[in-house]
Write a protein that binds this ligand. Structure first.
Ligand SMILES: Cc1cc2nc3c(=O)[nH]c(=O)nc-3n(C[C@H](O)[C@H](O)[C@H](O)COP(=O)(O)OP(=O)(O)OC[C@H]3O[C@@H](n4cnc5c(N)ncnc54)[C@H](O)[C@@H]3O)c2cc1C
Length: 316
C-alpha cells in the first residue's frame, strides 16, 4: 500500500483548489491512502475544507506560530519530519508555492523529485511533459526512497468536496531554521478570480500596445467573471504584471474558456494553455498560429471587437 502525504496550499483562510487537484493525482496510485497536511496557525477552517475532499483519508492540522506565512524554509523540515513517519510519497502542487517548497523537501529527504506529474502509471512510474509540452517523459523512480513530486494541476480535475475525512491535530518535532524570516508580502491584491484555478481566463498580448489599453482586457474579463492573463511580450513590455504571465515560463492553466486577445500563439505561450477546454482567439492576422489551436476565432482589430463583445455581453 502507498501512503501519500499532500502538503496543502492555502492563504490562512481558504484552501487553494490546487490541493484537490493533487488529491485527484494521488488517488490514481493503486491502493493509495491519502493524507493532507495543513501547516499554519488558526487553520481550523482550512483543515475542515481539506477533510471534505473526496479521496482524502486523513487530515493533519499542524499549528505553529512559525508557520503562519507558509515560508518554505520553515514548512520543509516539518513536512520532512512527518514524511519520515510513515509515508511513501510526498506531493505538492506545481504552483509557485509547490515549486518553492517541494525541492526543499526532496533535498532534506535526499530523495529524487519528479516535477510536473501529468499522469500516474504506477506507484513508482509517472509521466511528465518536457520540451515545452512537445514530448512526454516516462519516469521510473526507485521504491527505496520516498517519492517527492509536484503535480501539474492543469492535468487533473478538482476532486469534489464530498468526502468526510477525520481531522487530527498533531505537533511535529522539527528544528526550524533561523536564517529565513518573513518581512513583508508585496503582491497585487485583486477581487478577480485566481488565474491558476479560474474557469474562465481572458489574456492580452503585445497587440494591446500599452498598459492603458490593457484595461480593455480587464474590462472584458470582469464582464465574464474571468481571471486575467498575459503573454510574455505583454509582461516584458510592462503592459501587465509578471504574475499574470501564461506559458512555459509563466502559469500553466486549464480553464474551461480561454480568450486570447492579440496573442500570436507562440509555442511557449500555447504550452501554458494546452489543457484549456475551449480556446477563443481574437487576432487581426488570419494566418496567426493561434488559429491552428483555437476552437473559435475572430479575425479583426481587437480595438473594435472587444468593445463590440462587451456591448453584446451587456445586452445579454
Ligand atoms: C525560453 C522562452 C520562454 C518563453 N516563455 C513564454 C511564456 O511563458 N509565455 C509567453 O506568452 N511567451 C513566452 N515566450 C515568448 C514567446 O516566444 C513569444 O515571443 C510571445 O508569446 C509573443 O507574445 P504575443 O503573442 O503577445 O506577441 P506577438 O507574437 O508579437 O503577437 C502579437 C499578435 O497580435 C496580433 N495583433 C496585432 N495588432 C492587433 C490588433 N489591433 N487586433 C488584433 N490582433 C492584433 C498580431 O497579428 C500578432 O499575432 C518565451 C520565449 C522563450 C524563448
Amino acid at each position: 500500500m502507498s501512503h501519500v502525504l499532500i502538503i496543502a496550499e492555502h492563504d490562512g483562510r481558504q484552501l487553494n483548489l490546487s490541493t484537490a487537484k493533487c488529491v485527484s493525482c494521488a488517488v490514481q496510485i493503486p491502493n493509495a491512502q491519502v493524507t493532507v497536511a495543513v501547516f499554519g496557525q488558526d487553520i481550523e477552517a482550512v483543515a475542515a475544507s481539506a477533510a471534505l475532499i473526496r479521496g482524502v483519508t486523513r487530515v493533519l492540522r499542524i499549528e505553529n506560530p512559525a508557520s503562519v506565512h507558509l515560508l518554505s524554509a520553515v514548512i520543509a523540515p516539518q513536512a520532512v519530519a512527518l514524511a519520515r513517519c510513515a509515508y511513501t510519497h510526498v506531493f505538492g502542487p506545481s504552483t509557485t508555492f509547490g515549486k518553492d517548497l517541494m525541492p526543499r523537501i526532496a533535498a532534506l529527504l535526499d530523495a529524487p523529485q519528479i516535477s510536473d506529474i501529468m499522469a500516474v502509471d504506477s506507484a513508482h512510474q509517472f509521466r511528465r511533459p518536457i520540451y515545452a509540452g512537445n514530448a512526454v517523459l516516462t519516469v521510473d523512480v526507485s521504491n527505496e526512497a520516498i517519492v517527492v513530486g509536484t503535480v501539474r494541476t492543469a492535468s487533473f480535475d478538482t476532486a469534489p468536496a464530498t468526502g468526510s475525512a477525520a481531522v487530527e491535530r498533531v505537533s511535529v518535532d522539527a528544528a526550524l531554521p533561523l536564517h529565513t524570516r518573513f518581512v513583508a508580502l508585496s503582491g497585487a491584491s485583486s477581487d478577480r478570480p485566481d488565474l491558476q484555478t479560474a474557469s474562465r481566463v481572458v489574456s492580452g498580448g503585445r497587440a494591446l500596445a500599452s498598459a492603458e489599453n490593457f484595461k480593455l482586457v480587464y474590462e472584458l474579463a470582469d464582464a465574464l467573471g474571468a481571471a486575467v492573463g498575459a503573454s510574455r511580450a505583454a509582461v516584458d513590455s510592462g503592459y501587465a504584471p509578471n504574475e499574470l504571465q501564461v506559458g512555459q515560463t509563466g502559469k500553466i492553466i486549464a480553464p474551461d474558456l480561454y480568450i486570447a486577445v492579440g496573442i500570436s500563439g507562440a509555442i511557449q505561450h500555447m504550452t501554458g494553455i494546452k489543457d484549456a477546454k475551449t480556446i477563443v482567439a481574437i487576432n487581426k492576422d488570419a494566418d496567426a498560429p493561434i488559429f491552428e489551436s483555437a476552437d473559435l476565432g475572430l479575425v479583426g482589430d481587437l480595438f473594435t471587437l472587444i468593445p463590440e463583445l462587451r456591448a453584446q455581453l451587456a445586452r445579454s
